[in-house]
Design a binder for this molecule. Sequence first.
Ligand SMILES: O=C(O)CCC(=O)C(=O)O
Ligand SMILES: [Fe+2]
Length: 456
Amino acid sequence: LSGGIFTSIPCTFGIQECIETVTQKHLAEFEFGSKTFGTSGSNTNNDGRTFDNEAFISRMVKKGYAGPSESKLENGNVIFETKNPILSQEECNYFIDVAKDTIRKEKEADLKYARTVEGEPEWKRTNSDLGEVRLSNLPPHAVTKLRDLLANELYPILVNRFNVQNLAVYDGLILGNIAPSKSQPVHRDASLLTLNIALSSPEDFEGGGTYIEGLENSDGLPLLISKGKALCHSSSIMHAGNGISNGERWVLVLFVISQNDVQVARRAHAECLDHIDKCRLENAIAAIETGLQDSPHDHVLHMSKGQVASMRGNEQESIECLAKAAALYPPSHRGAMTLGKMLESKRRPRAALRRFESVLTQIQDKDLLQQAWMPLKATAWDARVSAGRCALLCAEVEAQKNPLALRERSWSKCHLPAAIERLETALMFVPGDEYIISMLDRAKELFYEANTFSTT
Ligand SMILES: O=C(O)CCC(=O)C(=O)O
Ligand SMILES: [Fe+2]
């Protein structure tokens, strides 16, 4: 027997343990969900209605970009929008009113609770503080209405579009944004499929909509759908609710799982994050390996693997994991940006510059559109400044090597114009910023030197 077998035992054990844990969680969620919201199996819709492609607008992300659930679904990379409203105006208003009422009651209950405990109450953010209510906390009449809606309309749509069976909502939210509200971070939902029904009309607010990362043939702007219509998609497509600057925006979001799919990769990732939080790095690695067995190309797992490697001081491994994550999923710039900063801190400005440039190539100046998604603007700004700074560092090194310009400063001549342009663009967003202005001045100086004193 080789030692390798012995050393692999603890990890294998960790993987089995992790699979057992996530399977238990899945069973519990499905049981709760089917009891509360029914299943697609209990469909009462017998009117023989069929759905055809004409009933939906389809948009998509590139194949392979829709996360671990993509391979378990038909049309896993497609985002469907119903052409007709699923809910009438009255039904939308009914759900908004029920949500407002439940939020108000939850707030009152929190306050009563805070008064009954001794000393300072511990500050804890509940759903009602956030302007959202969990569907399982709605009053019985609203849950019954949701059950009927699911049985008659929503489960059949999902079964038809994604060809998956034994579905159950395990929970969801009615989410209220009152201006001004911030955008959500780009995320995956924990479910297999997500339904997002607009309860407000786009006229009720400014901004808003659902941002889908990496949407094909799009201008990069969030999707705005009219009151009562629904979006449905694989929950592992990266997305986010966009903040609003005026008015009120309410959405009904339903998280749907299937009895047939434990979703090992995404559940193992949740376990991993929990282990990282508690500094149990060995367990975090076992959870990542569990996830990667199920979904070897999941960029989110590779990002976390890089994070754990970095926490354990394995910088080279961390860089490799981040590079892999960035290559697997270019629409998210997190991997490439983190990698760029890591390379810069290791005094490798040229390698770092290539990473920042790859981000800017992806973004294609879409951040400069006025309505652009704010986090994209922020990333692009960071990438321009970082790219400018790295180019400047490289030019300084070249200038030190050739102080008297005995040889041509060809790198500076070639790359400084782009750096200057990037810094000037970044400066437009923060006029007068001294840090950027000083970098710009120096870049211009070096470019002038490179052209003036050069021997050719
Ligand atoms: O606000 C939206 O449209 C998206 C909400 C969402 O993604 C969520 O709550 O998980
Ligand atoms: Fe979401």
